[in-house]
Design a protein around this ligand. Structure first.
Ligand code: C6P
Length: 412
C-alpha cells in the first residue's frame, strides 16, 4: 500500500493552484514532477560540492567526481547492468538513441544493410535511423502494428535478413501505453544475430528493468520522466558493443592523449562523455532512484496498475469516447478522443478545469497515420496521481462532451 498523501506532500508543485483550482497533473509521460528530496540533493550539490568532474585534483573536484560516479553506480544497480562502464550519461533518450545511430552506425552499418524500427515508435526512435540509413545507403524496414495497436510479431522473422544489423523498439508506447513483449522480441532478434535497442523512456518509471535478464544490447531512458532533472539521461550498452564503437562527440574528458595530429580515447564510459559532465543532473537521477527505492518499486507497480485500469475502464465507459488500443498489458498511458471534437479543444477545456493532459500526435505521427487520426487526448500517470483525480478527469471529459460534442454519435 502506498501512502499517497505523504507521497503527494513530497512534491511541492502539487500544492500549486492552476486558475485557482488544485492542479490535476496527468501529463507525466511528457515529464514528471520532482520530489523535494531530488530538489534538495541538487541544491546541496551546488551549495557544497560544485566543481567540474574528472578535471581537477582539488578537494571539491574530487567530491563532485565521486558523487557523479556514485550516481553512475546507482543507475547500474537500478537496471542491473554488469558494469558501470556500460552506463553512459547523456542528455536524455533522444541523445542516447542518436549516440547509437551515429557511433554503432559508423562502425557497423554499410550500404545495403538494414535497420528495423516499428510503426509505434516516438520520432526520436525513427528520425535518427532515417538519417543513418540515408547517410550509409542502408535500408529502413518497419515492423507494422495491427488494428488493436499491437506489433505484428509474426512478421518480424520475415523482415529480418542476413543484412539486418539492428532492431529498435520501444518497451512501452508513449501514445497507446502498450507494453511490448520485449523479452520475446529480443530473443527472436538474437536468434538471427540482430542487436536490439530498447527505448525505455516510458518504461523505466513504471516497470522494474533488468538489462541482463532482458538481454538487450542497448537501452535508453530520460531522467526527467522518472522524477529527476531535465538534461540527464542514460544509454546502457553491452560492454562489447561500446568497446567496439567509436566516440560519438569529441572534446575534453573523452581523450587519453591528444597530439596535434592524432589522439587516443579514454576508456569506457568516459569515451562517450565529451565535455563537462552534467553532475547535478546525474546526482538528481541518483536521488530519484533512491526515492523510488525507498517507496518500493513493487508497491509503485501495483498502485499504478490499479490506477491505470481504473482510468481506462472509466474513460471507456463514457458515451461518445473512443479509447485507442486493445491489448493485454497497458502501462501509464491512455489515449482517447471525444467524437466530433478536436483533441486540442478537449485539452483546452480540461486545462481550464486545471487538468493537464497532452493533446496532439505525441511525436508519433506514423502511429497516428495508422490509426487514421491527426491526434488524441492523452493522460499519463505517475505514482502521485489518485483515483479522485481520475474522477475529476471523467467529470471534465463529460463537460467537454456537453460543451463541444453535443452532436456526438454514440458508438455503444
Ligand atoms: N516523449 C511524450 O510526451 P526525451 O525528449 O529525449 O526525454 O525523450 C524522447 C522520447 C523517446 N521515446 C519515447 C517513447 C518517448 O516517450 C519520448 C518522449 C514525451 O510522450 C515528449 S514528446
Amino acid at each position: 500500500m502506498l501512502d499517497i498523501d505523504t507521497i503527494r506532500n513530497d512534491f511541492p508543485i502539487l500544492r500549486e493552484k492552476v486558475y485557482g483550482k488544485p492542479l490535476v497533473y496527468l501529463d507525466n509521460a511528457a515529464t514528471t514532477h520532482k520530489p523535494q528530496s531530488v530538489l534538495d540533493r541538487v541544491i546541496n550539490h551546488y551549495s557544497r560540492q560544485n566543481s567540474n568532474c574528472h578535471r581537477g585534483a582539488h578537494f571539491l573536484s574530487e567530491q563532485a567526481s565521486a558523487a557523479y560516479e556514485s550516481a553512475r553506480e546507482s543507475v547500474r544497480s537500478f537496471i542491473n547492468a554488469q558494469s558501470p562502464a556500460e552506463i553512459i550519461f547523456t542528455r536524455g533518450t533522444t541523445e542516447s538513441i542518436n549516440l547509437v545511430a551515429e557511433s554503432f552506425g559508423r562502425k557497423f552499418v554499410r550500404a545495403d544493410d538494414e535497420i528495423i524500427i516499428t510503426q509505434m515508435e516516438h520520432h526520436s526512435n525513427i528520425v535518427p535511423w532515417q538519417r543513418l540509413c540515408e547517410s550509409r545507403g542502408a535500408r529502413l524496414k518497419v515492423l507494422p502494428m495491427n488494428k488493436k495497436g499491437m506489433l505484428k510479431l509474426d512478421r518480424l522473422s520475415k523482415l529480418i535478413t542476413e543484412n539486418t544489423k539492428l532492431l529498435c523498439v520501444s518497451y512501452v508506447s508513449n501514445t497507446l501505453g502498450i507494453v511490448n513483449p520485449i523479452r520475446e522480441i529480443i530473443d527472436l532478434a538474437h536468434r538471427y544475430d540482430v542487436a536490439v535497442l530498447v527505448d525505455a523512456a516510458q518504461a523505466v518509471q513504471h516497470i522494474p528493468l533488468d538489462v541482463q535478464e532482458m538481454d538487450c544490447d542497448f537501452l535508453a531512458f530520460s531522467g526527467h520522466k522518472m522524477y529527476a532533472e531535465t538534461g540527464i539521461g542514460v544509454l546502457y550498452g553491452k560492454q562489447r558493443w561500446l568497446e567496439a564503437m567509436p566516440p560519438y562527440q569529441s572534446g575534453g574528458g573523452m581523450i587519453g592523449n591528444v597530439g596535434l595530429r592524432e589522439s587516443t580515447y579514454a576508456e569506457l564510459p568516459l569515451k562517450f562523455e565529451a565535455g563537462t559532465a552534467n553532475a547535478a543532473g546525474a546526482i538528481s537521477l541518483q536521488a530519484a532512484i533512491d526515492y523510488l527505492q525507498e517507496i518500493g518499486l513493487d508497491a509503485i507497480v501495483n498502485y499504478e496498475n490499479e490506477l491505470i485500469n481504473r482510468a481506462v475502464e472509466s474513460i471507456a465507459s463514457l458515451e461518445g469516447v473512443i479509447v485507442y488500443g486493445d491489448f493485454p498489458q497497458r502501462c501509464g498511458v491512455v489515449s482517447f478522443n471525444l467524437e466530433n471534437a478536436h483533441p486540442y479543444d478537449v485539452g483546452m477545456i480540461l486545462d481550464k478545469l486545471a487538468i493537464a493532459v497532452r493533446s496532439g500526435n505525441h511525436c508519433a505521427q506514423p502511429l497516428m497515420e495508422h490509426l487514421g487520426i491527426s491526434g488524441t487526448v492523452r493522460i499519463s500517470l505517475a505514482l502521485y496521481n489518485t483515483p479522485q483525480e481520475i474522477d475529476k478527469l471523467i467529470a471534465g471529459v463529460e463537460k467537454c462532451r456537453d460543451m463541444i460534442g453535443s452532436r456526438y454519435v454514440t458508438t455503444k
